[in-house]
Design a protein around this ligand. Sequence first.
Ligand SMILES: C[S@@+](CC[C@H](N)C(=O)[O-])C[C@H]1O[C@@H](n2cnc3c(N)ncnc32)[C@H](O)[C@@H]1O
Length: 404
Amino acid sequence: MSQVLIRRKAPTVYTYFAICPGGLDEVLKKEIEALPAKITHHYPGGVEFEGPLEMAYLACLELRTASRVLLRLQQTKKIFKDEELYEAVHAIDWTEVFDVDSTFSVYFTETRTKDRRGQTNTQFLALKAKDAIVDRFRKKFDRRPNVSRENPDVTIRLHWHDHILKIYLDLSGRSLHERGYRTETLEAPIKENLAAGLLLLADWPRLAAERVPFLDPFCGSGTLLIEALLIATRTAPGLFRTQFGFYSWKDHQPDLFDSVLERLKSKRVLDPAVLPRFLGSDQSEQAVAITRANLENAGFQSLVTLKATRFEDTAAPTPTGLIVANPPYGVRLNEINLLLETYQKMGSTLKHRYSGWQCGVISSDKKLLAAIGLRPRKKWNLHNGGLESTFSLFDLYKSEKMAK
Ligand SMILES: C[S@@+](CC[C@H](N)C(=O)[O-])C[C@H]1O[C@@H](n2cnc3c(N)ncnc32)[C@H](O)[C@@H]1O
């Protein structure tokens, strides 16, 4: 078993693991390279990287597609027995990771690992790990930290893959997609980090720098608009958050964190004269009102023109632009049949009234995407919550050929 990594003296280089929605790991990898951090491994759904403590703060604040940033405390050699798992967790001096008065929670996941009975029971293994942590505190203080499932100060995540156990401290706390600006939502809001991923796939940072206008004509609660604004204004997506998991970590250095925050705030570009035009619309008045409220939360209300209208009743307001949209998608068959018409109309509107534009559409239904009737320039399979989805990118040339 490898040696305990937690020491009284904080290490100068830590190993981190960032998790993202399935299909976005190449995008996340580029974001991590740009931090800039040294990538050590790249897996489907996550990227491992190294860096000093400051990198923990940069990753939690700046990564747009990450759902979580974890700090690796320990990685074992192959272990097979429950007792070995207990020992590996117990070997860490948890009293140097968090305070006995903090509440904590343990999550356990496993892949390709079965115990000697040929079974896995992640709940049982999480309990075993919790006992090991508690025993370590008791030995030192004769007291133990309490478990909180709802709102723990500290979250420990264990992943057992191919019998190798990795033990992590969750630096993000609540998922990083919860930026903090979205206080109201309507039907099927897209997660903020997935929305940011679509914009990065659509090359929005480059287009925004060229002041190409942005439109979401199915804006719902405004997530894609706000994420597009965050990118264009070079605003770190974590700046709105008031809580992070690392607040309860003993190596946390509030002064260093504050200096990182100040540096990131000073990088923001909010002068409308250098920003692109932002337009949002939705057929629902209520959606437009919710988008307005969320834009206000983010401080972007003066930068966006909003309108309640159906997309098929609009025409391109400028010769070029980028649309990124998440139109309604049905799960039941009767809903899908009704929505076919919406997608057909969308395709026809794009073809006849938005030539010169680019458009990215995410949908969990291939039949609906095909109903747009345009040939995508590129497409990606992505995980949208529990739904396998496709993000298709279309170039709307003057003479866009309809797909056969
Ligand atoms: C899946 S929701 C968009 C969610 C949004 N991305 C968010 O994060 O909140 C789809 C939206 O499309 C709107 N919609 C449906 N048909 C429309 C149409 N023909 N024109 C414009 N908006 C439409 C609905 O009112 C709904 O708000």
